[in-house]
Design a protein around this ligand. Sequence first.
Ligand SMILES: NC(=O)C1=CN([C@@H]2O[C@H](COP(=O)(O)OP(=O)(O)OC[C@H]3O[C@@H](n4cnc5c(N)ncnc54)[C@H](O)[C@@H]3O)[C@@H](O)[C@H]2O)C=CC1
Ligand SMILES: O=C(O)C(=O)Cc1ccc(O)cc1
Length: 365
Amino acid sequence: MTSKKIGFIGLGLIGGSIAKAIRQYYPEYDIIAFDKNKESLALAVQEGTIHTACSSIDDNFRGCTYIFLCAPVNYNAAYLSQLKSLIDSDCILTDVGSVKTSIHKEVIRLGMEESFIGGHPMAGSEKSGFMNSKAHLIENAYYILTPTAKVAKEKVSAYKEFVTSLKALPVILDYNEHDIITGTISHLPHIIASTLVNFVHDTDTADGLMKALAAGGFKDITRIASSSPVMWQQICLKNGENISHILGHYIEALTQAKEQIDAENETALYSMFEDSRDYRNSMPNSSAGPIKKQFALYCDIIDEAGGIATIATILASNHISIKNIGIIHNREFEEGVLRIEFYDEDSAANASKLLQKYRYVIYEV
Ligand SMILES: NC(=O)C1=CN([C@@H]2O[C@H](COP(=O)(O)OP(=O)(O)OC[C@H]3O[C@@H](n4cnc5c(N)ncnc54)[C@H](O)[C@@H]3O)[C@@H](O)[C@H]2O)C=CC1
Ligand SMILES: O=C(O)C(=O)Cc1ccc(O)cc1
């Protein structure tokens, strides 16, 4: 296998996760990175994810097979001009930004279309930073590619194959269409989550009862309100036109709901909840969606010191890796149960069998 050099500009949640996936599947590749956060770079070198921490976008980036732009969207576009003189004709320049039209316009303006294939992994979370990055993050997730009109078909095929080899699912889209679709299914929900959280903050009682009583439903639909403010500020600025248009339609939908409530329109209100339930339930629960399928099981544990450690030891000694573990309390599990999340379906199934053998009560929801 030939060793290749891959460059990263921005090594946070997404850049770090892709770099870790490359390290896992291509241990011989040379990975270099520049990030304004020196601590992230030092950690990445220390963990063996990257070989070279660059202090700027310098000559180290010459000779890269792929360069990934993984900073917030404004910065990705701003770095293109610096890269122009560093890349050769074989290099595939790509990004992971949540908005595509703005970076494509800059690529066209700079005459870099032959090198650029836009990218957007539909995976991630409200967390940010290299310390939260994981090699598994993009596994089984759709990975949108937006090639320019002038990039060679061979480059697109090679890049598609590379994305597939990292266990993601490439999907080719036009960059304008991308921004309308993600504006609706990703940018709008983030705005709804943030405005809803701020609305509760602003209208809460003096003793903070709303905050204290907020239940599972509120928390389910507002998880993403904890996302990076700089990232979302830049997404809103760069996809502003689409988002404004989509928000306008969404406000009409809210107004309609208000009218149905004011008119006590029983049929319309029932239909609203029936339609949403049916459509939501028809969405594939497989991992091929913006939010990856979670492979979790729930387990009753004896409320005593060391209970979690015992389970973790049983699983670890059977080579089953835990992705996440924690006690949850909600209406479904009033007493509180241990939720254990795994990286894949097989691990969850094996863990369930194993723990039942040890007489644990397991719920698979
Ligand atoms: N967070 C998510 O779930 C997803 C994010 N994206 C996109 O990925 C990109 C990165 O997002 P995350 O990794 O989540 O954010 P992050 O905040 O975890 O990482 C961004 C990294 O870029 C670095 N950075 C910021 N400004 C920089 C600059 N001027 N020069 C060099 N480095 C700089 C930061 O230090 C940080 O390490 C964004 O463009 C975002 O739109 C795409 C898919 C999912
Ligand atoms: O955490 C979630 O559910 C997300 O929606 C993550 C996310 C954030 C930004 C993107 O461009 C894509 C995915």
